[in-house]
Ligand binder design. Sequence first.
Ligand SMILES: Cc1cc2nc3c(=O)[nH]c(=O)nc-3n(C[C@H](O)[C@H](O)[C@H](O)COP(=O)(O)OP(=O)(O)OC[C@H]3O[C@@H](n4cnc5c(N)ncnc54)[C@H](O)[C@@H]3O)c2cc1C
Length: 397
Amino acid sequence: MSEVLVIGGGAAGLAASIAAARAGKKVTLLEASGKTGAKILASGGGKCNYTNLSVCPGSYYDENKGFIEPLLDNFGAYDAIDFFESIGVYPSIKNGFVYPRSEEAATVLSALLRECEKLKVSIHTNAAVTHIESFKSGFKVFCEDYSYEADKVILAAGSPAGATGALCAYDIAKSFGHSINELSAALTGVLFSDILCSAAGIRTRAKASILTNDEILCESEGEVQLTSYGASGVPVMNISRFLGSAKEQYLVFDFIPETDEEEFDTALLSGTPLTAFFPKKLAALFDIMLMERHPKHYFVKLDGKRSFESAQVTRGGIPICEIDPLTFESKLAKGLFIAGEMLDVDGKCGGYNLHFAWASGFLAGCAAAGAEYKRTFTDADIERWKALDTGSRRSFI
Ligand SMILES: Cc1cc2nc3c(=O)[nH]c(=O)nc-3n(C[C@H](O)[C@H](O)[C@H](O)COP(=O)(O)OP(=O)(O)OC[C@H]3O[C@@H](n4cnc5c(N)ncnc54)[C@H](O)[C@@H]3O)c2cc1C
């Protein structure tokens, strides 16, 4: 009999297991696939951008802010850095974006697993949970061939985003009365057919906006990557969550966000070449099109966005109003905690989604163990971490 049983061996589930085991509980973790932490390994292009010094309610989308504020008060960026230092992951910080010093995601996953081993967390892989039933004063958790009894259950089964082949356990939450807000891919590339696609591979600074019914829905600035299917890069990924089912949606690129249109036109008229503004391939395209399409407001009709498999996160999931924001306990089933991306919380690119997974997992683990998380880092630690920030990476968010 486990005192705490965790479903899902991703970022949230591993953090939850460690927190509960540190509080002295006997913890079992069940992971559906053959290995834990697949998305941790894929994150940040293999470097794992695990938090961000600037994490704040504004790092997440509007509907999440009231829920996020107390979470970040209890577990902010310094808590995440401190937690990782406590398991032997030292930070490398570039303009607030925090990575492991090795710049290898494997460092993060192996440290989490080392800590689980030290704390005797019992990890079972190839153990997909099919359903849960209330049992005595706790739960009975069923996999295909086995069942487990537990006092408390933490559901941290992630989302369909990312090409990990992961299952997801929304039906388990539904069986306890939870609802699921509509799921859609977020932080992903967008699809369009345009001459721009012939410049696939080009990265350039731009502002990207989505226009629906003559209204700008959202915008984000940074390094856009042109691709054979359309576009990707941080600003495009940030706005992709707003792409819905409306038939007429346009992406508007401002390829010269730092220059006004008149200034740009005057520069060209006075003989400045387009290559002074753009990479050669893109400059050649604008050279052909300049009479009809201006780089300051370049419209493309969108055909949609890439699928869940190519997305980093999911918009939608279990509504946060059904969850206690301090303990992550379900308001509908006592003793059941829900953490990580299963919840309807999604953030921008920049370490904010992993931050949410660690923070919600860790606090759920403490609460399931009946323990309170106590900060141990000092002002001197904060100064030390701030001093590590090299600021060499430009933030466009
Ligand atoms: C390519 C990529 C790059 C990313 N880069 C970053 C980044 O640099 N920074 C950042 O902040 N975020 C990044 N993200 C997002 C971030 O990785 C996720 O938000 C985070 O990993 C979610 O953690 P989670 O534990 O909630 O879910 P997951 O990591 O999805 O873990 C859930 C686990 O539960 C298991 N599971 C599912 N169903 C069951 C079941 N029925 N029984 C048992 N187990 C089950 C799954 O197999 C999975 O291992 C990236 C995502 C991707 C895909």
